[in-house]
Design a binder for this molecule. Structure first.
Ligand code: ADP
Ligand code: MG
Length: 238
């Protein structure tokens, strides 16, 4: 309001606008600026590795991915139902891109999103346990909805690490949502969680209400690098 009041006042005077119209315009501007600031703060707090949105995602390059269903995730109804979402597929198939785009959309809707990698989360949990502040970290994590956990399956954890991750996932059951990306099909999650029983218990909770997207197909990274290589070769041939 401080930044805009005199400019708007001059405009209002020029247009012979009444005072209430001027005041309305000024407060509208303040409200818009505040909500834009709040969105920016939520996006910062979410901790996305890179800001990738749907406008740069080419759905035709991921023909197995149901576009409408993915865009529905961005509208956030699944959070109200405390459902989860899993994006499963090989490296370079766009899992992190889609998870980030969904997260960004939810930030814009006012949701408190947190983006972590599975390995990063386990490191944080183990450090907190060592420093006797695990409860505090768990309370902080609980406030986020959804918690996006990227790259489950690239690294396997110690038994203690797997148990901590299990605790975070199990705590959220039917109360908060998780969005998980993994290169491993569910049948191979035993490698991450060590032990059939813990894996079965986890998958049971996670998939009870879950939107599952299989993102298999060719790696987008690989395809792009092949395209660049082909273009270069073609140039050379000329
Ligand atoms: P993953 O997490 O599955 O390994 P990423 O989401 O990191 O894959 O995708 C790898 C790279 O390719 C990123 O730069 C991403 O933006 C891009 N990418 C992947 N799929 C698509 C797509 N369908 N349209 C546009 N870019 C894509
Ligand atoms: Mg990724």
């Amino acid at each position: 309001m401080l930044a805009e009041w005199d400019k708007l006042a001059r405009e209002a005077a020029d247009r012979d606008e009444p005072y209430d119209a001027y005041l309305l315009r000024l407060t509208e501007l303040e409200v818009a600026a505040r909500s834009a600031n709040a969105v920016a703060a939520r996006i910062r707090a979410a901790g996305f590795p890179v800001l990738k949105d749907f406008d740069t995602f080419d759905f035709t390059a991921a023909p197995n991915l149901p576009k409408q269903k993915v865009l529905e995730l961005a509208r956030g109804d699944w959070l109200e139902q405390h459902s989860n979402c899993c994006l499963i597929g090989g490296s370079g198939t766009g899992k992190t891109h889609v998870a980030t785009a969904v997260g960004l959309a939810l930030c814009r809707l006012g949701k408190r999103v947190k983006f972590v990698t599975a390995a990063g989360l386990v490191t944080q949990l183990e450090a907190a346990q060592q420093q006797h502040c695990l409860d505090r970290l768990l309370t902080t994590l609980e406030r986020f909805d959804p918690l996006i956990v990227d790259e489950l399956g690239y690294l396997s954890f110690s038994r203690a690490g797997a148990e901590l991750l299990f605790q975070v996932f199990a705590d959220r059951y039917e109360r908060r949502s998780l969005l998980i990306t993994s290169n491993l099909p569910f049948g191979e999650w035993g490698q991450v969680f060590q032990g059939e029983r813990m894996t079965a218990a986890l998958l049971d909770r996670l998939t009870h209400k879950c939107h599952i997207f299989e993102m298999n197909g060719e790696s987008y990274r690989f395809r792009e690098s092949m395209k660049t290589k082909k273009d270069k070769d073609a140039k050379k041939a000329k």
